[in-house]
Design a protein around this ligand. Structure first.
Ligand SMILES: [Zn+2]
Length: 112
C-alpha cells in the first residue's frame, strides 16, 4: 500500500508501507497525523495515497508532539517502525538527516 509523507505542507516522498508482525499479530499500516500540543496544528502526515487499495478502511492515529516552531524537532521518526525503514522515500531520509545535523543531542536515527 502506497503512502505519502507530508511535512509542513510539503510532500517529502511516497513509498510502500507493509503490514508488520508484532506480538504474534499482523498490524496493518495506518495513517498518521502529527498534532502539535502547543498550537493545535497538524504539522505532518503519513497517509495512504488516494485511490490506493483499501483506502477507505485505513484508520488514522494521532501523535501528540510539538511542531518545530513550538520546540519540537520536526522528526517523523517516532512513527517509523524499524522494519519499515528500508521502504522510506529518499526525501524522508534527507529530512531526518537534516534534523539529526541540527540537533546533536537528538538520538541518532537508527537508519543513518
Ligand atoms: Zn506548534
Amino acid at each position: 500500500m502506497e503512502f505519502f509523507y507530508e511535512y509542513e505542507g510539503k510532500i517529502l516522498g511516497q513509498g510502500t508501507r507493509q503490514p508488520l508482525r508484532r506480538w504474534g499479530r499482523t498490524i496493518a499500516p495506518h495513517n498518521s497525523a502529527f498534532f502539535c500540543v502547543a498550537c493545535g496544528r497538524i504539522w505532518a502526515r503519513i497517509a495512504a495515497v488516494p485511490g490506493s487499495d483499501d483506502n477507505n478502511r485505513i484508520q488514522w492515529r494521532v501523535s501528540h508532539l510539538p511542531c518545530k516552531r513550538d520546540g519540537g524537532t520536526g522528526s517523523l521518526y517516532l512513527e517509523f517502525e524499524e522494519d519499515r525503514i528500508a521502504d522510506l522515500p529518499q526525501g524522508v531520509l534527507i529530512h531526518e538527516l537534516e534534523i539529526a545535523l541540527e540537533n546533536p543531542l537528538w538520538p541518532e536515527p537508527k537508519f543513518l
